[in-house]
Design a binder for this molecule. Structure first.
Ligand code: ZN
Length: 250
């Protein structure tokens, strides 16, 4: 199968090159000097809200009370997501949003060195189980500069870290969608309906594959569900979603 081995891609080389140019190491959010590339400054670190167990077994939303293993939240019981499960290391807040937004700028590509270890840890349950990594195609990742595809860089770096093949172009965006911005869950689902398709190159190649779908932010899960639906219809056995941050109602 024409998988791309997680060896160093030219985008990663570019990212590494960019990182090497930034001396000394800096926090990708605050710009403060840090000990090692990939680290966050202590003030930014303290603003990050990390998601830890207990959380919903299906969607990964943190519980505020002790839960049984395998327990799911009310929303998942009422309307089970299409994807197999979802995890994210961070709650979506001002600090995590700045980390993600910063990463979309070419000069902050070194943020991938902060993001990858977080994703590796948050996806710990997945790595023994999956055979392929696929990123959500560009949209929120819309290019500021056409030179970089941040989703691809993130997927490649993650794939290399966990030694799992990656299909950066596994999914295609077939329809431009208005920004999900302030839309409610139902509107978001309608907004992304039919927006993604399997890259025809991989027709018949995803059968029985267990896949990790990589995204930046998990909000209502409408985009993740739509992409998962395409992959499951293409024969995938499971689609686990891994996002940098997820929205949590406070
Ligand atoms: Zn849930």
């Amino acid at each position: 199968m024409p998988e791309t081995a997680p060896q160093e891609h030219f985008l990663m080389k570019a990212a590494r090159h960019a990182a090497n140019l930034v001396l000394p190491a800096r926090c990708p959010v605050s710009g403060d000097i840090v000990e090692k590339q990939g680290m966050l400054s202590s003030s930014v670190w303290s603003e990050m809200e990390f998601i830890a167990a207990p959380y919903c077994h299906h969607c990964g939303i943190p519980f505020e009370y002790a839960a049984q293993p395998g327990e799911t939240c009310l929303a998942c019981r009422e309307r089970p997501p299409v994807y197999t499960s979802a995890r994210a290391p961070l709650k979506y807040n001002d600090a995590s949003s700045r980390l993600i937004m910063g990463f979309k700028h070419a000069d902050k590509m070194f943020a991938v060195k902060t993001i990858t270890p977080l994703l590796v840890k948050a996806g710990a349950d997945f790595w023994g189980d999956v055979g392929l990594i696929i990123p959500v195609p560009l949209h929120r990742w819309r290019l500021i500069s056409r030179r970089y595809n941040q989703a691809a860089v993130m997927a490649f770096d993650l794939a290399k870290a966990v030694n799992i093949p990656v299909l950066v172009d596994g999914l295609k965006r077939v329809r431009a969608t208005p920004s999900q911005g302030h839309k409610k869950a139902g509107e978001r689902r309608k907004n992304v309906k039919g927006a993604f398709a399997l890259n025809p190159v991989y027709e018949g190649k995803l059968r029985d594959k267990r896949i990790v779908l990589v995204d930046d932010v998990l909000t209502t899960g409408a985009t993740a569900d739509e992409c998962a639906d395409v992959l499951l219809q293409a024969g995938a056995a499971a689609v686990h979603v891994l996002a940098v941050a997820r929205a949590v109602k406070s």
